[in-house]
Structures are given as C-alpha cells and as structure tokens.
Design a binder for this molecule. Structure first.
Ligand SMILES: NC(=O)c1ccc[n+]([C@@H]2O[C@H](COP(=O)([O-])OP(=O)(O)OC[C@H]3O[C@@H](n4cnc5c(N)ncnc54)[C@H](O)[C@@H]3O)[C@@H](O)[C@H]2O)c1
Length: 477
C-alpha cells in the first residue's frame, strides 16, 4: 500500500530517494531548508547533476505524487514515514557531525501527529538511531514504542549512477526491531520486493555498521591498489595487468582495483574517519582503516609531487612515455621524493597547468574531498597559474576556488580542454570523464607550451602519447 512520506534533505541522497519513492507510487514531499532548491525542484529543474534525474523528477511532479517544501512541520504532520537524508559531514573530532540530524529531529518531534516511522538514510555512527528514538520521545513527550519507531536503512548509491542504483540496488539493508516498522518498510519497497531484490533485515547496530564496513572496505581496496601501483612504477611492472589478473580471482573481484589519485567524495573520506573514531570510542583497534586514510592522503600528495618533478625536469624522476621504471625510484626513493616536495614544487612557480577534471569522479558535479582540490591547492601555493576544466563541476569547484589570484598563484576556468591546454607547461587529468579518454592529443600538443601529461586516471595510451612527442606519466605503469 502506498504511503505518505516526507524526505528531509534533498541533496544527492534525499532527492534521488524522493523521486524514487514517488516513482514506486508513494506520495512524497521532499523537504529542504534552502528555498531556491525547493523552488527549482518544484519547477522540475534538478539541483544536482545525476543521470536520469530530470526525467524521474518531471514525471512524478506531473503525476502529483511528488512535491517539495521548506515547511518541515507540515510535511511531517501529513506523513506516516519520515526519511532522514540530511548531511552528516565530518566533525572536528573525526566523527560525523550530527547537527543537521539534531535540527531535523526537533522539527519532527514538534510536528508529531500520530505513529511515525523515522527511517535514517543519512550515514550515521553506530548508536545514532537508538539515540534518535530516545531524542524524539524526549522532545515530543511520547511513550516508548507509541510515537516513533526508527529504522536504519543505509544508502549505497553511487553518485553518477544514483538513479539507476535506487531502482536496482544490490541489496536493501533494513535495521529495525519493530515488527510494525518492518511492515511499513515492506510496503514502501514493495516494487523492489516484486523484482526479488535481496533484503537484509537486521538489528539497528548491524545496519549502521554494514554501511561503514562496506565503505571502509572499498576505501582499503582502492588504497591497496594505489600502493601496488606505486610499487609497480618503482619496479617496472604494469599495474593494469596486475589488477586484471587479481580481479580474475573470484575471491577478489575486478571492481575498485583501478589505481588513481586517491579516493574523494562525500563518503569514503568521512566514513573511514568516523569508523576510526567509533572503534576508538569502543577501545577497538582499526589499524587497517587508519592505514588506508594515511595512504590515501599520501596518494593525493604524490600526484602533486609527480607533476612537480615532471615539470622540474626528467632527472628528478619523470618518465618518458617509452616506458621503464622511473630513474632512482623504489620505496626509499619514493619517501625521498615525498620529502623533497617543497624543492620540486619550486619548479611550478609561474608555470601554467591545465587541470582537466575537478569532480571527485566522473558523471557528477560533486567536488567534496576531490583529489583535484588538493592538486589545485598545492599548485596555487607553488605559484602556478591553473587553467581548469570540467564538464559538470566548474560551478561547484569555483565556489571553493573563485577565479583570480590565490596567494602566489591564480586560477581560471576554461570553456573546453583545448582552451585549458593553451600555452600550458603541463596537462593533468584528475577525473575519468569519457571526453578525456578520447582527448585529441594532437590538438593539445599544438597549443601547449610543453608537451607533458600527468594522467592520474590512466585514461590515455602511453604509446600514443609518446608517438606524439609527449612526456607522459600515468599511475603504476
Ligand atoms: N552522496 C552520496 O553518494 C551518499 C551515498 C550514501 C550515503 N550518503 C549519506 O547520505 C547523507 C546525505 O548525503 P548527501 O550527499 O545527499 O548530502 P547533501 O549535503 O548533498 O544534502 C543534504 C541536504 O539536506 C539539507 N538539510 C540540512 N539540514 C536540513 C534540515 N534540518 N531540514 C531540511 N533539509 C536539511 C541541505 O540543505 C541539503 O540539501 C549523508 O549522511 C551521506 O553520508 C551519501
């Protein structure tokens, strides 16, 4: 049976959940604090870039099953189910900052009508849902078990494929101890039930920890292959062949074995830190997750060092596209290269760098914790002139780095790849956008001052680059 649902927060998760739940036939109000977002969504214009969102938004608005509002009290009062999809950004102590959740709870408790199921889609530390229930009961004065039931229903969507993932999840995890809430969840997700999506029912703490364990495992997998890529570079091996062979082992799987500039996004960095904090609170060691956090930070810095050495001169470690290990590399040389950062960075002062790709991954405009942020920051500190391009993320990136001078350096945004490459001393690819895979190297070579490419996503063919006279470096090749 269709339900009346309020989705609190209409960001990447909340907007996708709101249109998806409406598409299942539920009557949904998406709530946000930001009036412009609400106005735009009511007009059928998505506030994020996500494949398919425009179509789903339009058709559910048109069908009258979906609307958006800033009035949280009214939306909650008219709903049997409230989804929490507000942000849980990193707090100062590494743990998640729950202030957006806290504010939403106050409004929900104030608007309480009858029995309400509160479903948490936001990623929250273990123990938070139990606290949410206690807070709601305390704030509303309702008796335990009467006013509210809570459900932990973590979200696993991949940005860029979020709409697809909503309708085709690998699994749906539902943590609740209430039979009544379970029946409500079965109703809401009945369309997925019919498609035989696996549902995993569990207690609240298990559902909460599943989300963190899954993200931390993927972060570790990425950090692992990045370290193998760095080692492959040092010994003259090819990480792509290594990853391919590893992935053919059914116990390992080929996914998340792509070396790159380090993971970013709104989830892995914050969730690994939050998991580390939870483990510390409970006196449990989390050595592997901690190592991944450190390895990821080092990988982001390593990309800048590679570029600095490349621009500073091949003798310092840059590798001609013809192949072979970087001279003087190896584990000790790797540490030494990192230590020599400030010296190498001097080579970038006054240089023009084309920065292709600003989003933390392709098919999104999200730049949160993007490796391109670290790269831009280091380049600007080193006094470089950055000419940046991204198919979708210029607006979000320029909020962090407005065009103009930043200390010794400066940044401007280019209309396309070639405008970014004009007069550049090096070109750096940071995001795996399809259009960069087919980059017209000949055209870039004609406009660049120096033919140098740092390809942190291994999108280009090193031999093609060499044939066109580029000094090329990838990651782990
Ligand atoms: N982005 C992802 O890929 C992803 C995937 C899985 C889980 N998550 C988790 O989902 C949660 C939301 O992530 P996101 O990326 O959608 O965040 P977001 O920052 O894009 O969206 C949060 C939205 O909530 C709104 N908001 C904040 N407080 C509010 C309030 N009191 N009332 C109404 N609206 C309010 C904000 O204005 C914003 O639009 C986080 O906990 C995140 O960790 C995110």
């Amino acid at each position: 049976m269709a339900k009346d649902i309020a989705v609190i927060g209409t960001g990447y998760v909340g907007l996708v959940a709101a249109v998806g739940l409406a598409d299942f036939g539920n009557r949904v109000v998406g709530v946000d604090l930001v009036q412009e977002k609400v106005d735009s969504l009511n007009a059928g214009v998505p506030t994020i870039y996500e494949t398919g969102i425009t179509e789903y938004l339009g058709r559910n608005l048109e069908a009258g099953r979906l609307s958006f509002s800033t009035d949280i009290e009214e939306a909650v009062a008219e709903s049997e189910v409230v989804f929490l999809a507000v942000g849980t950004p990193p707090g100062g102590d590494g743990n998640a900052d729950l202030s957006q959740i806290r504010a939403a709870l106050e409004s929900i408790a104030g608007a309480k009508g009858g029995y309400t199921v509160v479903v948490t889609k936001s990623t929250v530390p273990v123990g938070t849902n139990r606290w949410i229930k206690e807070e709601l009961e305390r704030l509303s004065g309702s008796a335990p078990g009467e006013g509210f039931d809570v459900v932990s229903n973590p979200e696993f969507l991949r940005e860029g494929k979020a709409v697809y993932d909503f309708f085709h999840p690998d699994r749906v995890v539902v943590g609740t101890e209430s039979e009544r809430a379970r029946e409500v969840m079965e109703d809401i997700y009945s369309a997925l039930y019919i498609r035989e999506t696996p549902f995993l029912w569990c207690n609240i703490e298990t559902a909460e920890l599943i989300k963190y364990a899954g993200n931390a495992f993927l972060a570790v997998k990425i950090s692992f292959i990045n370290e193998m890529a760095n080692l492959a570079e040092a010994v003259g091996a090819d990480i792509h062949k290594i990853a391919k062979a590893m992935g053919m082992d059914g116990r390992i799987s080929p996914k998340f074995l792509h070396p790159g500039p380090g993971y970013g996004g709104s989830c892995f960095p914050k969730d690994t830190r939050a998991l580390e904090a939870t483990a510390a609170e409970h006196g449990v060691a989390s050595r592997i997750v901690t190592a991944s956090i450190g390895a990821n930070a080092a990988q982001k810095e390593r990309m800048f060092e590679k570029l600095a050495r490349m621009v500073g001169g091949d003798a310092a470690g840059a590798q001609k596209a013809s192949g072979g290990p970087a001279s003087g590399s190896g584990p000790v040389a790797d540490e030494a290269a990192a230590a020599s950062g400030p010296v190498a960075a001097g080579a970038l002062s006054g240089k023009t760098i084309a920065l292709l790709g600003l989003a933390f991954k392709a098919e999104t405009d999200d730049i949160r914790e993007s490796p391109a942020l670290t790269m831009a920051e280091r380049l600007l500190d080193a006094g470089a002139h950055v000419r940046a391009h991204d198919p979708k993320a210029v607006e979000t990136f320029s909020a962090a780095f407005p065009p103009g001078s930043h200390g010794a350096g400066s940044i401007e945004y280019a209309s396309d790849e070639f405008a970014a490459a004009e007069g550049a001393d090096a070109l750096v690819i940071m995001t795996e956008w399809n259009e960069y895979r087919n980059l017209d190297l000949e055209r870039c070579g004609l406009v660049m001052k120096e033919k140098r490419i740092l390809d942190t996503r291994n999108l280009l063919d090193p031999e093609d680059a060499a044939a066109m006279g580029f000094t090329y470096q990838g990651v782990g090749k």
